[in-house]
Write a protein that binds this ligand. Structure first.
Ligand code: GLC
Length: 562
């Protein structure tokens, strides 16, 4: 039995999502307990101790439902079960219980914009133009010789595929992900029932995939500058989230745990973004503005200010996100000359300095974990993993690759746990890992399959085993930072105050005792007055100065009794 080192879920922690550290598990790549080369629930249960030791408050589980895996599980055929590749519903329920026993909350991923083309609704819709399910989707006749619209899909390419009966159906992503018609009451009712299904199983939160895309203008106009977009951010979506909020609030009010709704909302317009966070809508949304921001003092400060101001206006907690399963890992991004991220700016295989990227990623960890709000950690970020930009073309599985020439597989590579070479105990024996054998990995008699994506050999220094106990490792930095974040009263206060430390240094206090300083200039700088450093992302130089691309957490006043 795992022993919790911090408060378990309960009404002793209302509003836990306001300041939580939330760890994203990408189940295909976390740990493989049955030797098929794909991660599974058995692997997550076996390695839950890693997350407990890291000190995270919650896990966000990327989709684990039955799926043909045309988009790595974001093409869901049944929202109320688990894909056999990952395990069973009973195992999922056991994981939820074990996570709770370890003081870790569980968030599941719901994909309301589309289903899999193998979903029973879509199969019925395809089988007959008269099926009632036909209206749950967007079937339209051709426009003369043309598809119903010329829209470009979210992965690039067209958004319509012809059904055998001649009509076309809409899919903003791949043809295997037909879009649902959210104007239909049956679609709304079904998703409320799915929310209840998972809340009834004890999950603490829902991550909402592609949350701004649900509604389409039924007139299906073309995308034209200066007129409302036909499928991005239509106002009707807010009514859906208001009704979801009522469901979540009902569970929060009638059970022992608070439930949260967290939206994936990519939106350049901050005001439109925060509309999703009004008090009767979602509890939180991912901060992609911060994720895509360049490693630049003025831009980062402006982004932080913009975030704080916009969230304060609606009373929602900010979130701080550096990486996820869709974007280039930030060790790689921060090691390039252009440190921004955007799907429209493909920087794959441009020169990268991984040492610089790692130094900046360490500093970014201290930044994102000390800003007010909640922080997200994407699996492997705590190990300092970089993007694998050298996956052979015949191993690439991401459907985005064929459409945009960019693959997201490089950030989805299986985690390195132990040992000196691939598969780094991702698949197979975990004997060398302390406390990580609960329950034992069930090893098959037959040979173990290769991990579904190749791991760089250089990751031998970045395994959990290699980093554990090494005070200079990324893993120990994350462990210490998360521990301190929990203990420091200043980091629980909602405010932060900027300190003036020159234009190229981000410095701020959280409460009277705590400061964070991040040096984004090209030269070492003096630290502001302080009593002692609490944690540094890299060594101070001989004169006690903070080197470039380095961050420090400082104690500002003597602690009473010390
Ligand atoms: C979201 C997911 C991404 C997926 C897409 C379609 O953006 O994060 O992985 O491909 O939605 O569901």
């Amino acid at each position: 039995m795992l022993v919790s080192t911090h408060d378990g879920p309960g009404k002793d922690a209302p509003g836990w999502w306001k300041s939580a550290v939330i760890y994203q598990v990408y189940p295909r790549s976390f740990a493989d307990s049955n030797g098929d080369g794909l991660g599974d629930i058995g692997g997550i249960r076996a390695r839950l101790g890693h997350l407990r030791d890291l000190g995270v408050d919650a896990i966000w589980m990327s989709p684990w439902y039955p799926s043909p895996m045309a988009d790595a599980g974001y093409d869901v055929a049944d929202f109320r079960d688990i894909d056999p590749v990952f395990g069973t519903l009973a195992e999922a329920e056991a994981l939820i219980e074990e996570a709770h026993a370890a003081g870790i909350r569980m968030i599941v991923d719901i994909v309301p914009n589309h289903v899999s083309s193998e979903h029973p609704w879509f199969r019925a819709a395809l089988a007959s133009p008269d099926a009632p399910e036909r209206d749950y989707f967007w079937f339209r006749p051709a426009k003369g010789e043309n598809m119903p619209t010329n829209w470009t899909g979210e992965f690039g390419g067209t958004t319509w595929t012809q059904a055998p009966d001649g009509d076309w159906y809409l899919h903003l992503f791949t043809p295997q992900q037909p879009d649902l018609n959210w104007d239909h009451p049956a679609v709304r009712a079904e998703f409320e029932s799915i929310l209840r299904f998972w809340f009834d199983r004890g999950v603490d939160g829902i991550r909402i995939d592609s949350a701004a895309l649900l509604f389409k203008d039924p007139a299906l106009p073309e995308v034209t500058d200066g007129v409302p977009h036909p499928f991005h951010d239509l106002d009707a979506v807010h009514d859906v989230y208001r009704s979801w909020r009522r469901v979540a609030d009902e569970y929060s009010a009638t059970t022992t745990r608070d439930r949260a709704l967290i939206g994936e909302v990519w939106m350049p317009d901050v005001e439109r973004f925060t509309n999703y966070l009004r008090p009767d809508e979602l509890h939180a949304a991912f901060n992609f503005d911060f994720l895509g921001c360049a490693w630049d003092p003025a831009l980062m400060r402006a982004c932080i200010d913009r975030t704080l101001e916009a969230h304060a206006a609606v009373g929602a907690p900010p979130t701080w996100v550096l990486s996820n399963h869709d974007v280039t890992r930030h060790v790689t991004r921060y090691g390039r000359a252009d440190t921004t991220f955007s799907f429209d700016n493909n920087l794959d295989r441009t020169p990268v300095d991984l040492e610089l990227g790692t130094r900046r990623a360490r500093a970014a960890a201290l930044l994102s974990l000390s800003l007010p709000g909640s922080a997200y950690v994407y699996q492997g970020e705590e190990l300092g993993l970089w993007e694998n930009e050298h996956i052979a073309e015949d191993r690439i599985q991401d459907p985005m690759y064929a459409r945009r020439g960019h693959t997201r597989d490089g950030c989805r590579v299986p985690l390195p746990w132990a040992e000196d070479e691939p598969p780094f105990a991702f698949t197979g024996s975990d004997h060398a890992l302390p406390e990580l054998a609960l329950p034992e990995l069930a090893l098959p008699e037959t040979a173990l399959a290769e991990p579904w994506l190749p791991q760089p050999r250089e990751w031998k220094d970045r395994t959990v085993q290699a980093q554990t106990g090494d005070p200079n490792s990324m893993l120990e930095l994350y462990r210490q930072a998360i521990r301190l974040r929990r203990a420091e009263p200043g980091l629980h206060a909602p405010e932060m105050t900027w300190l003036d430390h020159g234009p190229d240094v981000l410095a701020y206090t959280r409460g009277p005792d705590f400061a964070c300083v991040l040096n984004l200039s090209g030269a070492a700088v003096a630290l502001p007055d302080h009593v002692s450093p609490l944690l540094v992302s890299g060594p101070l130089d001989d004169g006690g100065l903070l080197p470039p691309d380095t961050a420090a957490w400082l104690r500002l006043q003597p602690t009473p009794g010390h």
